[in-house]
Design a protein. Structure first.
Length: 201
């Protein structure tokens, strides 16, 4: 058994793409334009697959560099107790973790390549997708829904308001994931009850 995660980053501009909405007859909805320069929010995340998929994500108003990427991988995603190079000799995750990701420069940097042996020794493997194949990354549909349907307000006056909205959307997904996981537990419990009842007559 392994843990499998699909990792990617997603960017949000203060004025997001528009699609359709409701309005009174004769009233034209307006979306104020906000300049993008230096006001974007970046979301680094990974979709952990399995019976109960889980999104692990962290937002920031600064760009995602190699240091941010590596910290997210070893701390938030792999759950290592220390940076890979500082782990006790022989330490390894209970279950191997395979992280599927694209070939972004941050993911392929010299700093990342240098720490790969220590990550692999700890049971964490980075699996790079072929170039130009976002359709193979299962987190892409999550980003699409989050960006285009879950942020109902399409313009934000500053990056703080935008970041708060992004974080709220991620938290709403977490609540949905928890509810679905609970429903799965209840469904398994109900099936077990009826199986036992059938066996005992």
């Amino acid at each position: 058994m392994i843990d499998l995660a699909y990792l990617d980053a997603c960017g949000f501009a203060p004025t997001l793409p528009t699609s359709s909405t409701w309005a009174r007859i004769g009233v034209r909805p307006l979306v104020p334009y906000q300049a993008t320069q230096g006001r974007r929010v970046h979301l680094l995340g990974a979709l952990l697959t399995g019976p109960s998929p889980r999104l692990v994500a962290e937002s920031r108003t600064r760009s995602i560099d190699q240091t941010t990427f590596l910290f997210f991988v070893w701390r938030h995603l792999a759950g290592l107790p220390a940076p890979p190079a500082s782990l006790p000799a022989g330490w390894r995750r209970a279950r191997p973790l395979v992280i599927v990701l694209d070939n972004a420069a941050t993911h392929r940097s010299k700093a990342v390549q240098a720490v790969l042996p220590a990550l692999q020794a700890a049971g964490v493997t980075l699996y790079y997708l072929p170039p130009y194949s976002p359709q193979l990354n299962r987190i892409e549909p999550v980003w699409r829904v989050l960006k285009h349907t879950k942020l109902q307000q399409r313009s934000y006056p500053n990056e703080e308001a935008l970041q708060a909205a992004v974080d709220q959307a991620v938290q709403a997904r977490h609540r949905l994931e928890d509810a679905l996981a609970l429903l799965g537990v209840l469904a398994v419990g109900a099936v077990s009850f009826y199986v036992v009842r059938a066996l005992v007559g």
